[in-house]
Design a protein around this ligand. Structure first.
Ligand SMILES: Cc1cc2nc3c(=O)[nH]c(=O)nc-3n(C[C@H](O)[C@H](O)[C@H](O)COP(=O)(O)OP(=O)(O)OC[C@H]3O[C@@H](n4cnc5c(N)ncnc54)[C@H](O)[C@@H]3O)c2cc1C
Length: 426
């Protein structure tokens, strides 16, 4: 069988099949598994990329029935049951699990990407780190108050969990980490603006937690602008519409924390399979996560539109991908024994978003928690889910260091010195 993608869904699927008598080819366009929930910590200088990524070969080195191969799938031939790679490689399958995830959506305004990087890959996280540290450097050299201000205005678009994480971390950098590092500017005068089109932050959380999150953001001096729709992003200014009123903010640093959509590969597969998708390109899968009319093809994780008990779409989060990947693998194991399994049922353990040091909100099994306790639970859970023991220890040391000193050790500006470093797309 072939598994496409070694992210949360694909990796767990391969691991679940450890003792099954199947030959697995795990194909990924990267040679590593990336722990995306901590990407913002790479972007904000508290962790290094290697601490949140682990080579797939290394993770699966003892699992003899898996062959890990590097390659980007660009197409499939469902009649011949083959996966086709960009370099011409062809891989036959009896069963196929597609777990290739999603990509950032700029809601049709892809030209904004150039001035407003998003957070999906290691490259993008490093580009963000570059951009934000560079802004402080340029503010220090500014020739006018006005110029310095534009460098010290940071706008984050999108108040989902990633937007909040970025805003909180940026505020801590400005207020604590860089406090004594500059001579001409006062880093704490930086404005951190979190811009959201909807009426509240964390729109998929219970309302009381959204309100708690705003309180904690305000404590960190983050300005929250709700109901503001972005209408344009230039290299030194962002434009928005707030009701009937249009406005703009001079800002050299804009970060995009909007939604996700399907990749070109996923759209091609949908076309080949004549599969129904939603407007974000997610596959409307059967209750057993297979594509209608193709019992041998499973789609799991961000790319699948699976439903909960009440018929509501499951969110694009790691737990959905992990449980979906495990379920698809278990269906394959059951089929080998001539059995069937009941439909996929997602076990919702809850949601949590971190805002800063000892500041977070969490909805765990319906229990609403905020502040230090929520933050502590967040730290614990993220450490448990980091895939490699060695990284877990390193991240723990870095977090301990950050907690005690506010220092972010990975504060390096790498690559060429340009404010708008070209971004590599996923
Ligand atoms: C910044 C950020 C923060 C997040 N924070 C949280 C959080 O706090 N909690 C939470 O639960 N979720 C969070 N998520 C969401 C979570 O990371 C995703 O829901 C999850 O990664 C989806 O898993 P997946 O297996 O579907 O895809 P992914 O984990 O994205 O894995 C996809 C894999 O497929 C590979 N791939 C893609 N295209 C191809 C191709 N054509 N050929 C070969 N390989 C390919 C990729 O290299 C990748 O390894 C966050 C996501 C981001 C971006």
């Amino acid at each position: 069988m072939v598994i496409l993608g070694g992210g949360f869904g694909g990796l767990v699927a391969a691991q679940t099949l450890k003792r099954a008598s199947v030959e697995i080819t795990l194909l990924d366009k990267r040679n590593f598994h990336l722990f995306q929930p901590l990407l913002y910590q790479v972007a904000t200088g508290s962790l290094s990329p290697a601490e949140i990524a682990a080579p797939l070969r290394g993770i699966l080195r003892h699992q003899k029935n898996v062959e890990v191969l590097l390659g980007e799938a660009v197409d499939i031939d469902p009649a011949a049951k083959q996966v086709i790679l960009g370099d011409g490689g062809v891989f036959p399958y009896d069963s196929l699990i597609i777990a290739t995830g999603s990509q950032t959506s700029y809601y049709g305004k892809d030209q904004w990407r150039e001035n407003a990087p998003s957070l999906k890959s290691v490259e993008e996280a490093l580009a963000m780190r570059h951009k934000l540290l560079y802004a402080f450097e340029r503010a220090e050299r500014a020739e006018s108050e006005e110029e310095a201000r534009a460098w010290l205005n940071f706008v984050i678009v999108g108040a989902g969990a990633t937007g909040l994480e970025l805003a909180g971390a940026l505020a801590e950098i400005a207020h604590h980490t860089l406090k004594h590092d500059f001579r001409r500017i006062q880093p704490h005068e930086a404005r951190i603006i979190l811009m959201e089109g909807g009426p509240r932050v964390l729109s998929n959380y219970p309302e009381d937690l959204s309100a708690k999150a705003v309180e904690q953001l305000k404590t960190l001096n983050v300005e929250v602008m709700l109901g503001a729709f972005v209408t344009g992003i230039e290299h030194d200014e962002i434009h928005y519409k707030h009701g009937e009123v249009s406005g703009s903010i001079p800002a050299r640093t804009v970060f995009w924390a909007g939604g996700v959509t399907a990749t070109p590969f996923a759209r091609k597969v949908a076309e080949r399979l004549q599969a129904e998708t939603d407007r974000n390109g997610r596959f409307k899968v059967n209750p057993d996560l297979t594509v209608p009319g193709h019992p041998e093809i499973f789609v799991v994780g961000d790319l699948a539109l699976s439903l909960d008990d009440k018929g509501r779409p499951l969110p694009g989060v790691a737990q959905v991908a992990i449980q979906g990947g495990r379920y698809a693998a278990n269906v394959i194991k059951a089929r080998l024994k001539g059995k069937t399994l009941p439909p996929f049922k997602y076990f919702d353990k809850g949601d949590m978003a971190v805002i800063g040091r000892a500041a977070a909100v969490a909805n765990i099994f319906g229990l609403h928690v905020s502040g230090f306790l929520a933050w502590f639970i967040w730290v614990f859970i993220h450490l448990v889910y980091i895939v490699e023991f060695q990284s877990r220890i390193l991240v723990m040391i870095d977090w301990g260091f950050l907690y005690l000193t506010f220092s972010r050790r990975a504060r390096l500006i790498t690559g060429e010195l340009t404010p708008d470093r070209p971004l590599q797309e996923e």
